[in-house]
Write a protein that binds this ligand. Sequence first.
Ligand SMILES: [Zn+2]
Length: 325
Amino acid sequence: MSSRRLEKTRGVCLGAMVVFMLTGCPPHDRVLFVNPNSTGQIGILLDGNVDGSTKNDKSYVTSSSDHVDPGTVVAASHNEVIAFQQERPVAILDSVSWTTGNDSVTATFGNEMGVGFHVWLLQGPADDRRDQAIAACIKLDEIWENERMGTQITSFVIDDKTSDPARTAFLDYTCAEASSLRSQIGHDSSVINIYYVNRVDFGSGFSTGNGVWCSNDRIIVMGSTASDHLAAHEIGHAFELDHVNDLTTNFDTTNVMHNASNNREYLTEGQTFRAHFEPNSVINTTYNLRPGLITRNCGNLSETAGNKCPAIQKRIWADGTFPPN
Ligand SMILES: [Zn+2]
């Protein structure tokens, strides 16, 4: 090739390269993670302008890679990344500076949070109540693991009070008795306390199958035939989650926060977000596991995504027959 021709070709190729760089190659944005769990997908909810349109809680999951390629993201009026993974607390980047160039943003996961319980057995036989409490402990930890709550049970103290004469006043229980139950049977203010009595009335009559979260006194009381998943439900109340049974488009009895169910299993990402970010959740009060971190008043059952919180029904992963949304 003559030197003149080479020069010309160079010019053409270089010109093509310049054009390619300017218009042909979109910015390559990337979301990276610090301290992820070694297995299991990471899912994110992203706020920003993605490929030319404003998105609120656009969801992505990692595939075989350890990061998310969200497309071309530039700043919108609200810019955020919320991340979820098994055995990791919900992580947030609340003000991401998306640019028109290549952005690499990093979300940092904390370690899984340890949560303790103190269980008091009032209704005998003690062995039966202990088995009931242990089944509830196992079920709760299973739900937390599967649903990416980011909490694990690190202590579960069981106190046998079935021979304590003071117990008889509480075997048929309503929340009006919460304060005297705490003072007469016992209470550990550093953890959630769960009392196993015979029958519970939360407003519609006594039943051995009932359980209740007494919000003023911050205790859970369970009937003598109450299911393991009902205990997970009452603990959901302690995590500041409300009943979802009126939201029939997006929830059924398989959700942990359905009020009357035989098959509670799932929590949405909208719910696990609230469990961590609602200021009155026991994660932020009793256990104080997120000191100094962001809290948000979400409006517990809001079905509309806002800048502060995802919609209550927001799912990155399917919950049974309910697909990601
Ligand atoms: Zn309830």
